[in-house]
Ligand binder design. Structure first.
Ligand code: PEP
Ligand code: MG
Length: 573
């Protein structure tokens, strides 16, 4: 019998593969006692399991390709260190010795007490250590129960089923060749989803119960476009999906014929099609697809899954590699946007409501010691190619002014140190907080360019957490409030004579591009994978006609036939 599940499709691709249910978070360990005579053997079994888990992790570490980012390697190293920690190894042994607990149960009890301690901590840095404890304990449990390890060799071609995945999981599993993933939780605008799109992994999120409903090894179809998951499909259905996979290859060839063609509308209005990048792999694609620029380089991934902050030299080498790799393609480097769903080790963020707390520029201004190395590294990397700096999550003009002071200080210090750097590089701001959109005219006077971050602008304007799948249905880029704010920002930029781009996911979505062209947007930054689809669409658009239609529509926001008119523009009828 065919099983069909629905969730939120987060990438365009389709994949067919065997289900691999991630054990992490799913293990059900119940209390169990052993007889006293078996205690020495049980301790030995526990030690062997820890060694086994450690060896497996070491093997994974060795198999990681040389070009993998240091943060991912550091993440594995941390877990290796924890496998030697007395709290995880010696305490369970004590529990086995004292109470004759089975090894799994002793470890589970110690896990619970450690997690409880972490849960009560105010410091978000320490709270994030909890995930590491969970991860390491699970690896040992998997080893004790002699289950197949999630991170073990053969994920090639598999469809991963999990409760949730972190951005780091996604990168590691991509190296292991997974075909697709399905998660029970998570939203389409989470950073894991954005990463999956950028890595081109077909994925569906928010399929509640899927890890219990499907079996390991079962053949699964993942339709990342429609958000559909199928298992037990008959030959007819499988052939249908296989045909769609084949058609996608054909379509890819057709799209690739647009590489090198200048992006304009039908009547020749030039539009900048830029790439959002976050991983070294993206440089290659950006060059291959001949993007006009990199409109958003997210730099926080350098900080994830490690305990030490990267120093100036590491930042500099990373940025330099990216700038040189782009070979003259201009790049906009966004300063650190840590906080909210991008929590990392070793950094503080407010605990009650991280999305409204010490995130992005707020955190950087509060922690200049953490921020200065990044600023200095960007200024130094700008010697090697055209670079702009962009500030995330601006909400007040003070932030812009303070940042300018910090940049001036960094320039002065670099001069004093006799280190080469580029002076006066353009400074722009992300408009992703409603206050900044409403005051876009004021920001335009102080900045060299603006970029609309719709992922957060929608989250903050509509008061919906972008990673909470329970309120995903409210995530609406076409909400009149959002359209009004976007229009305000574009107009403010036009009046001030500075470029305005959009780098949120909305910019790469063909459903919204005609409307945005009609609003006057001329710079779009998106996942590299969307660039050619956007170009194909642009080449068919009539900017003047769209502008007339959009002007009319913007006067009717919220009226009864508003949606109909909007649809007309979006579908170009
Ligand atoms: C945005 O908010 O639209 C954006 C591009 O930034 P991020 O998704 O990294 O928060
Ligand atoms: Mg954002």
């Amino acid at each position: 019998m065919t099983f069909a599940g629905n969730g939120i499709g987060i990438t365009r691709g389709i994949a067919i593969g065997e289900a691999h249910i991630m054990q992490r978070g799913l293990l059900d360990i119940s209390p169990r006692l052993i007889d006293k005579a078996s205690i020495p053997a049980e301790i030995k079994r526990f030690r062997l399991a820890v060694n086994g888990a450690r060896e497996r992790l070491q093997e994974i570490r060795q198999r990681i390709p040389g070009n993998t980012r240091s943060d991912i390697i550091a993440f594995i190293d941390t877990h290796l260190l924890m496998m030697n920690d007395a709290a995880l190894v010696e305490v369970p042994i004590e529990l086995i010795r004292k109470h004759a607990y089975a090894a799994e149960w002793a470890l589970q009890l110690q896990r619970q007490s450690l997690v409880q301690v972490f849960d009560t901590m105010d410091d978000p840095y320490l709270r994030t250590r909890k995930d590491d404890v969970e991860h390491v304990v699970n690896q040992i449990q998997v080893s004790l129960l002699e289950l197949d390890d999630d991170n073990d060799e053969d994920l090639d071609g598999k469809v991963i089923l999990a409760l949730d995945l972190t951005p780091a999981d996604t990168i590691v599993m991509r190296h292991q060749g997974i075909a697709a993933f399905i998660t029970e939780f998570g939203g389409p605008m989470s950073h894991t989803a954005i990463l999956a799109r950028s890595l081109g992994i077909p994925a569906v999120v928010g399929v509640h119960g899927i890890t219990r409903l499907l079996r390991h090894g079962e053949l699964v179809v993942v339709d990342g476009e429609q958000g559909v998951v199928l298992a037990g499909a008959d030959q007819t259905i499988l052939s249908h999906y296989q045909e769609r996979i084949d058609a996608a290859w054909g379509r890819d060839t057709q799209l690739r014929s647009l590489i090198g063609k200048v992006a304009t509308t039908r009547e020749g209005v030039r539009v900048q099609l830029m790439a959002n990048i976050e991983l070294p792999e993206d440089i290659q694609t950006t060059r291959e697809l001949q993007a006009d620029a990199v409109g958003l380089y997210r730099t926080e991934f350098l900080y994830m899954n490690r305990q030490e902050m990267p120093d100036e030299e590491e930042h500099y080498q990373t940025y330099r590699e990216v700038v040189e790799g782009l070979d003259g393609i201009p790049i906009t480097i966004r300063t650190l946007d840590l906080g909210a769903d991008k929590q990392v080790d070793g950094c503080t963020a407010s605990s009650c409501n991280p999305a409204l707390g010490l995130r992005a520029i707020r955190l950087c201004l509060k922690e200049p010691k953490m921020f200065q190395p990044q600023l200095r590294a960007i200024l130094r990397a700008a010697v090697h190619g055209p670079v702009r700096i962009m500030i995330p999550m601006l909400s007040t003009l003070h932030e812009v002014r303070k940042l300018k002071v910090l940049i001036a200080e960094a320039e002065a210090a670099l001069s004093a140190d006799g280190v080469a750097f580029a002076k006066g590089i353009p400074l722009g701001g992300m408009i992703e907080v409603p206050a900044a959109a409403l005051a876009a005219d004021a920001f335009s006077r102080e900045l060299d360019f603006l970029s609309i971050g719709t992922n957060d602008l929608i989250q903050y304007t509509l008061a919906i957490d972008r990673i909470d799948d329970e309120v995903n249905y409210l995530y609406d880029p076409l909400h009149p409030a959002i359209l009004r704010l976007i229009q305000m920002v574009i107009t403010a930029g036009q009046q001030a004579g500075i470029p305005v781009s959009m780098c949120g996911e909305m910019a790469g979505d063909p459903r919204y591009i005609p409307l945005l062209i009609g609003m006057g947007l001329r710079e779009f930054s998106m996942q590299p994978g969307s660039l050619l689809i956007a170009k194909e669409l642009l080449l068919q658009l009539d900017a003047a006609k769209l502008a007339r239609q959009t002007r009319k529509l913007m006067k009717r926001l919220g009226e009864h036939d508003f949606e109909q008119q909007l649809l007309k523009i979006c579908t170009r009828r």
